[in-house]
Design a protein around this ligand. Structure first.
Ligand code: MF3
Ligand code: CO
Ligand code: CO
Length: 268
């Protein structure tokens, strides 16, 4: 499969899907508190998607080759969980950091994919720094997107910033093209070489979703078939936006009222 170039009509439908994905995060943000379980957050998000938005969770029952159907509407990855954490009954506690990842499918059949970190109470200085640097990594990646640029430009700036700060980049999971399919080409690696890889062209839509570990990059696949943790049990953080390559640069599609602004000097 080649990298799809979306038509103006498809782009408009993706703008809607992505805004709705971001609005699920806006909706759930005030509910992310010490004592709430990730299962309760999952239930609330599913109810909001189904009964307020009229969207469908792309995650629920998602079953790519070699996987059992994913059993929840969102992913909640806490502390040393890297991604695809399955919501459960454990209450969140003070000091936890959690990625909450939402993908909706609209009535038009388009996917909007975005995630944010949530900090509960007062996490350690290292945990806060990891979340902040990962956020900067995502935005540096976004700022590297321009027509005529290369896919490798994105991974290169992300890897450089993560490693300069003593952190490591997860290799096994990457960003991805997104549209009528949840995961399409290209694979957007969060490491690599500037100037390498396919040329970025207006109309391409993909996610940038760096997973950054405080310790080593190695992962551990958990026996539930989905959740992935750091092998060394160090903390991991992730932020995700879906972006469009425009004629002049980049448009972030998963912005919303409640989404934290780009770091100073990196623009919206
Ligand atoms: N939303 C994730 C991503 O960013 C994928 C989650 S797949 C699931 O690509 F099945 F675990 F939900
Ligand atoms: Co994604
Ligand atoms: Co996602």
């Amino acid at each position: 499969m080649p990298i799809l170039i979306k038509t103006p009509e498809e782009i408009e439908k993706m703008r809607l899907a992505c805004r709705l994905g971001a609005e699920v995060l806006d909706y759930i943000a005030p509910c992310v508190k010490i004592g709430v379980s990730t299962r309760e957050l999952d239930r609330l998000c599913l109810d909001y998607m189904q009964n307020v938005q009229g969207t469908v969770s792309a995650c629920l029952n998602y079953a790519p080759p070699g996987h059992t159907p994913y059993p929840a509407a969102i992913c909640t990855s806490v502390n040393h969980q890297i991604c695809h954490g399955i919501p459960n009954d454990r209450p969140l506690k003070g000091g936890d950091i959690m990625n909450l990842d939402v993908t909706v499918i609209t009535k038009d059949g388009f996917h909007g994919d975005t995630s944010r970190m949530f900090l509960l109470g007062a996490p350690s200085i290292q945990a806060k720094r990891l979340c902040a640097i990962t956020f900067e990594c995502m935005w540096l990646g976004i700022r590297a997107v321009r027509p005529g640029g290369r896919l490798g430009d994105i991974g290169a700036v992300i890897q450089k910033h993560a490693e300069k700060n003593g952190f490591s980049v997860v290799r096994e999971f990457c960003g991805h093209g997104v549209g009528r399919s949840f995961h399409e080409e290209p694979q957007v690696l969060h490491y690599g070489k500037a100037g390498a890889g396919p040329e970025l062209k207006p109309g391409m839509i993909f996610t940038i979703e760096p997973m950054i570990n405080a310790g080593k990059a190695a992962i551990r696949q958990m026996p539930d078939g989905w959740s992935v943790t750091t092998r060394d049990r160090s903390l991991s953080a992730q932020w995700e936006h879906t972006v469009l390559v425009t004629e002049t640069g980049v448009e972030v599609l998963t912005l919303s009222a409640g989404c934290p602004p780009a770091p100073d000097g990196m623009g919206a």
